[in-house]
Design a protein around this ligand. Sequence first.
Ligand SMILES: Cc1cc2nc3c(=O)[nH]c(=O)nc-3n(C[C@H](O)[C@H](O)[C@H](O)COP(=O)(O)O)c2cc1C
Length: 524
Amino acid sequence: MDTILNFLGNIAWWGWILIVIAVIALRDIFQRKHTISHNFPIVGHIRYMLESIGPEMRQYFVANNREELPFNRIERGWIYASAKKENNYEGFGTDRDIYAHQHIFINNAMMPYQVKENHPNTKDKSFLPCAKVIGTYHNRKKPYRPASIINVSAMSFGSLSAKAIESLNKGVKIAGAYHNTGEGGLSPYHSHGGDVVFHFGTGYFGVRAEDGGFSMEKMIKLVEKNPFIRAIEVKLSQGAKPGKGGVLPGAKITPEIAEIRGVEVGKDVLSPPNHKAFSNVPEMVDFIEEIAAATGLPVGIKAAIGKLEQWEELADIMVKTGKGPDFITVDGGEGGTGAAPPSFADHVSLPWVYGFSDLYRMFQEKGLSEHIVFIGSGKLGFPAKAAMAFSMGVDCINVAREAMMSIGCIQAQICHTNRCPAGVATQSKWLQNGINIPLKSDRLAQYFKTFRKEFIEITHAAGYEHPCQFKMSDIEINLNDNKISTELDKTYCYEKSPVPFNGMQELYDCQHLGGKNKMEMENA
Ligand SMILES: Cc1cc2nc3c(=O)[nH]c(=O)nc-3n(C[C@H](O)[C@H](O)[C@H](O)COP(=O)(O)O)c2cc1C
């Protein structure tokens, strides 16, 4: 034994390195899983290593400012700077090719809108509520006017961390916005005082009956117990994976999440593609009406758009019966997700502008566009993009990934692995520990306020008081060399129906205005 130990002790440090390399080389040669490392022992590993750090290298050193997707460096930088209340301007003029295909122009007025001394925006430069009240057309008991036209889109506790959800909820409370729960049910982290839109999909998490279907009893109890729930959203589909139910990888299912959702720890949760509570459009309308009657809350649907036949059926039923959803959230094919197959994320459902214009035009032709609150989501969290969306008929926008970035997401694009380095989309306690909730909630609120302030300024530049006044003819889009650039009404073949609007003061005084916490805080 002593001789062996003496022999090992006499091996020089470089000798040990050679031994380790020899062992790895032997392992490479005799393994049969990886062809490259079998055929090129040792050096083959360099290829795998470079491949794994490639995205980071490209992001930090190679990609230019406008190159990356889903969000390029300029877009991310604008969100980070706005959230930190830092200088979010750029110097020396735009670095975008403003003659490029699909580039958007907002037609400014000769003289901007003038804000009078006693105008709500004189006191609060970011006061920008929704111009429509959700639920008044269908006479719901508790109508709701979102106090912010930008809000947090559906992202569940499970796909996001507890600390991220808590930061978002406290952030919307400061900003007077609402927080959509996403599919995972209402968690304690959603209950810090911000307005909440309770969202559920085919898994019915939070309102799930024993047989896995929908429980009206649980829905009623949930709403009674949590008066901060201001509206309910039934998910039909989302842009990143229409026709596929929600996916929560087992790695993200902790005992707490399992308890909230009523599922098993560590096992993938795949919600079915179809709802158990209804199987066709008339049944869906009945389902919506039953929930609205039982809870008194406005009820809407969220979907990505493709074929229009069933939407037309819905519109016809709405015209005939006066019943139906109070709001429709249209998600674009470019929308994000915690986890989806690339073939779905890349190809199934239309991009936001195409999907929304198809749907809005159809509802408008049936005379319904004024009775529905339209919400848009799909990379709309930038003021100029929002101006385009409002000109097309949107009343509010929801943001998911932009909200994540405001609280520290670095677009690592590994939400599906539970290894999110920013602690936002992971259940790892260690990774979440880096999130400072008071700081991050302030950042979300600051991003929303900066967004609203810049959006109001763009609106004023176009000569309007509120973005609901934007018309499609106010926005132009570059087409191709023959047509050069055309107004949106000519491109998408409709003009938005005018939204009734009698000044910002009326919105301020509205008894259904949400975000009361914000007002209370200001008046305290
Ligand atoms: C991490 C993550 C989780 C999401 N979870 C849900 C969900 O539970 N239900 C849903 O309808 N949409 C979900 N979405 C989609 C978003 O709500 C939103 O519709 C989409 O990302 C487009 O908005 P964005 O471009 O601002 O990210 C999720 C998105 C992300 C990034």
